[in-house]
Design a protein around this ligand. Structure first.
Ligand code: ATP
Ligand code: K
Ligand code: MG
Length: 670
């Protein structure tokens, strides 16, 4: 069983694996370490990763990228609408307000949810890993942005399940980076006070900042901050808009009205941006962009930097926020590590090093750190692997509150159930005074932290039914968890009845020390987390909990999605083997044509030669016309037909060769 980490980016995916001697990044078929995060639908088969990227400009409307932007989101959210305007593929709203992607496949328009498409991508990454490692891959850790909501996290788990993966943890990208940084840095242990590091990850669509502290044998995330809508692609867009305006004037074309032109110009602007990272100026040349016009232009790095001044300015915000939330002052920061390929723009590091008043650290592999950290975490969580003891404490970036039919539930100090910055996984036990079925509601408590257009609701739970015999003396203990994935669950609800005269316990919230509770046998210890002196229970009973979770697939939906994925895989395999058969026929035609002219020249009669030459020509013509897109069997039959004509000649030739050899051998013995 392998131990694998996946960084699924909006643009690039990286796969890392833990081996005894360290972490390796896996290569794909093209020998690249990064895999384009794309899925493309051809007429009769899908293409993934590098193959999908190759068909993106040819089939813009059926090539899906930047999946993380859509996963676990609702169609009408303004952020989503903004993204959809940029995407070349068609979408619509489903009956639950979710997103459906429409594209042509097998001769008709078909719909897929972002979860299904992410499942395809994950399954592709899984295949690359399995091929490279030559073992099945299932246990894994997958990186996610720290700002993902409960539904986005659930959607990731569903997509992983469709792909046949078992995530041991969905891990915040920056936490993974920090783990990879800290575990090998034994010098951090030498200091008596913690070492504070800032990690800044600028990806294709987002920016994530985190402050982490390192001590001997442990690390702890102090804060996460982010800008969900600021990444490399925004710099591409600056160039795109600049040239769109220029081309309108210069060539009188409006690229905004033409999907293919948009896709091509965007791709060229991204390339241009990369050129400008290493050069002071860059040329743009696109043949036949639209209306049969070739376009040409040129830009200096200076001008690009001026155009992106507003974006650079925005980068400051999450950096300052992370620092402020961590409570660590700038002069206590040991180093600032810049990662994510979006950060390769020179103006970005210039701006950040003046903001943090120092040279930026470059200890971390900027494009592989997330996957490497995930693989390490997977090794730590996997029972089959031994890693040195190292404690990872992550903190949750959103405050989570609970309310019941009776109103909000707060701690005695009037705090929320999981305040912002809560170290997780975390278990809290609610002790409530209820006499029959009740509801609990989990929600993100601070709308501003969340992004104004995301729903604050997380899940609702129905606890019950139950019956009590001693009204006053009964309490319900609800075990609430913010789990390793950052998902809110209710693990259990227990009805506990006491002797009436004994009851002292009021409604309360207590924190469960999950290390010690793990050693108990799963039943709830009434004293856990409380100050002790609790009365003896006379009766305890498990109460059913029904969760109404928004964002997750039901069991039936999940198995349906898995089935659909299986039949898509089958169709892909069928098309692959059809292609192989077609190629085999084609090369057989060329090989035989050559042999008939050379090797078999003297073995075949003239009429045989003519007949076969005619047949080979006919087959070749067929391959380019009617036979261009035929069934696997059609190619096999054609191949057999020609073989039947050639076999007698081949046999005669072999006999001749054998006789020749025999006479040679005879000569030698004489
Ligand atoms: P996300 O983290 O948003 O999910 P991702 O992890 O796929 O996305 P990265 O691979 O870290 O993103 O970065 C991709 C971005 O980096 C793209 O916008 C790409 O254009 C940009 N990029 C790559 N190389 C360079 C370069 N040399 N100069 C400038 N930008 C670059
Ligand atoms: K990446
Ligand atoms: Mg990334």
């Amino acid at each position: 069983m392998s131990v694998v980490g996946f960084d699924v980016g909006n643009e690039n995916c990286v796969i890392a694996v833990a081996k005894q001697r360290g972490i390796d990044v896996l290569l794909n078929d093209e020998s690249n370490r990064e895999n384009p995060a794309m899925v493309s639908f051809g007429e009769k088969q899908r293409f993934m990763g590098a193959a999908a990227a190759a068909s993106a400009t040819m089939h813009p409307k059926s090539t899906i990228s930047q999946l993380k932007r859509l996963i676990g989101r609702k169609f009408r959210e303004p952020d989503v609408q903004n993204d959809l305007r940029l995407f070349p593929f068609e979408t619509s709203e489903d009956s639950d307000g979710g997103i459906q992607i429409q594209l042509r496949y097998m001769g008709e328009i078909q719909s897929f949810s972002p979860v299904q498409i992410l499942g395809m991508l994950l399954s592709h990454l899984k295949q690359i890993a399995e091929k490279s490692l030559k073992t099945p891959v299932s246990d894994c850790v997958i990186g996610i942005p720290s700002y993902f909501t409960n539904s986005q996290r659930l959607a990731y788990l569903d997509a992983a399940a469709i792909a046949g993966l078992r995530p041991l943890r969905l891990m915040h990208d920056s936490t993974a980076t920090a783990l990879g940084y800290g575990i090998y840095k034994t010098d951090l242990a030498a200091n008596s006070s913690p070492t504070y590091i800032v990690f800044i990850d600028i990806g294709h669509c987002d920016t994530q900042v985190c402050v982490a502290s390192f001590e001997s044998g442990s690390m702890r995330v102090r804060s996460h901050a982010f800008d969900r809508n600021l990444g490399g692609r925004d710099f591409d867009e600056v160039l795109f808009n600049h040239f769109a305006v220029e081309f309108k004037e210069k060539y009188n074309i409006d690229v905004y009205t033409n999907t293919k032109a948009c896709v091509r110009l965007r791709a060229s602007c991204e390339k241009l941006k990369k050129v400008l990272s290493a050069n002071a100026e860059a040329q743009l040349n696109i043949e036949c962009l639209m209306e049969e016009k070739d376009v040409k232009s040129f830009i200096k790095r200076e001008e690009f930097e001026k155009l992106s001044a507003g974006l650079l300015e925005r980068l400051i915000v999450p950096c300052q926020k992370a620092l402020a939330d961590s409570g660590v002052s700038l002069d206590h920061i040991h180093s600032v590590e810049l990662v994510g390929s979006g950060s390769r723009i020179p103006a970005i590091s210039k701006m950040l090093s003046s903001l943090f008043k120092r040279e930026l650290g470059r200890t971390v592999n900027a494009s592989e750190c997330v996957a490497r950290g995930c693989a390490l975490q997977c090794a730590m969580l996997s029972p089959v692997f031994r890693v040195r003891d190292y404690e990872v404490q992550d903190s949750f970036p959103f405050a989570i509150g609970f309310s019941s039919d009776k109103g909000p539930i707060n701690t005695p100090s009037n705090e929320l159930l999981f305040p912002k910055g809560q170290i997780f996984p975390s278990v809290k036990v609610l002790t409530l005074h209820r006499e029959n079925t009740f509801h609990l509601e989990a929600f993100y408590a601070n709308h501003n932290e969340l992004s104004p257009d995301l729903p604050t609701q997380i899940s609702s739970f129905m606890i019950g039914p139950f019956h009590i015999s001693h009204g006053e003396a009964a309490r319900v203990k609800v075990r609430v968890q913010l789990n390793l994935h950052g998902i809110v669950t209710i693990d259990s609800a227990t009805l506990i009845e006491y002797h009436k005269e004994n009851i002292t316990s009021e409604e309360m919230i207590s924190e469960e020390n999950h290390q010690s509770s793990a050693m108990k046998d799963g039943t709830l210890d009434p004293s856990s987390g409380s100050t002790g002196n609790e009365p003896k229970a006379i009766k305890r009973m498990e109460i059913p909990v029904v969760a109404n979770v928004s964002g997750a697939l039901t069991k039936d939906e999940l198995s349906e999605a898995k089935q659909r994925e299986n039949s898509l895989v089958e169709q892909d395999l069928k098309m692959e083997s059809t292609k192989d058969k077609k190629n085999a026929l084609e090369s057989f035609v060329y090989e035989m044509r050559d042999k008939m002219l050379n090797t078999y020249r003297n073995t075949a009669t003239e009429s045989e030669r003519e007949c076969i030459a005619r047949n080979l020509q006919e087959t070749e013509d067929w391959l380019y016309e009617d036979g261009d897109d035929e069934s696997e069997n059609a190619y096999i039959e054609k191949l057999n037909d020609i073989k039947k004509l050639i076999d007698p000649i081949e046999n005669r030739f072999k006999d001749g060769e054998e006789r020749l050899q025999a006479s040679k051998d005879l000569l030698k013995t004489i």
